[in-house]
Design a protein around this ligand. Structure first.
Ligand code: PNS
Length: 162
């Protein structure tokens, strides 16, 4: 049986913390699908297409692919014949929300397991939200996101100024 995991998220943009989790996940499962939520309500920095491209450019592990989904995560996971959802935990503060989601997903789809992976300690403070805030206010995000992401963020800022 192929052990397949879904690693879902907003990934606006992908960070080094996300990549760390993807790498760990790729060692544990035969196949990993990084799944970007298409959320019409939020105003993202990057379109879904841009996010897919940036992740594809960054992810080098052979067993990792990138997908998108709308609606319930558990429906997508069943459709993809995945056995597990993977979520990264950075600090205790993440746990309450993650536990709530994991238990709701289990209620909806009892066969599907949620697996929590801890990011490396160097990444525990990184979030897409903070990356965007620091970048917008002129701080350095070097080493916190992949180089192609930093480049795209600079291009976006330049386009906005032009
Ligand atoms: O990167 P994020 O924003 O923390 O990811 C959150 C995500 C996409 C995993 C979560 O919002 C989600 O699964 N949304 C899909 C809708 C859904 O299934 N909701 C019920 C969750 S219990």
């Amino acid at each position: 049986m192929t052990r397949r995991a879904i690693y879902p998220g907003t990934f606006d943009p992908i960070t080094m913390g996300h990549l760390d989790i993807i790498e760990r996940c790729s060692r544990l499962f035969d196949e990993v699908i990084v799944a970007i939520l298409v959320n019409m309500e939020k105003e993202p920095m990057f379109s879904v297409e841009e996010r897919v491209k940036m992740i594809q450019e960054t992810v080098t592990w052979r067993n990792v692919t990138v997908g998108t989904f709308e609606g319930l995560l558990v429906h997508y996971a069943v459709e993809q014949e995945a056995q597990a959802i993977v979520r990264g935990i950075r600090a205790v503060s993440d746990y309450e929300y993650e536990l709530q989601m994991a238990l709701m997903n289990r209620k909806l789809e009892p066969e599907l397991e949620t697996v929590f992976l801890m990011a490396g300690d160097g990444y525990s403070y990184i979030s897409s939200r903070l990356i965007k805030e620091v970048f917008k206010l002129g701080g350095s995000i070097n080493g916190l996101v992949p180089e192609n992401v930093e480049q795209r963020m600079r291009e976006k800022a330049d386009d906005a100024e032009a």
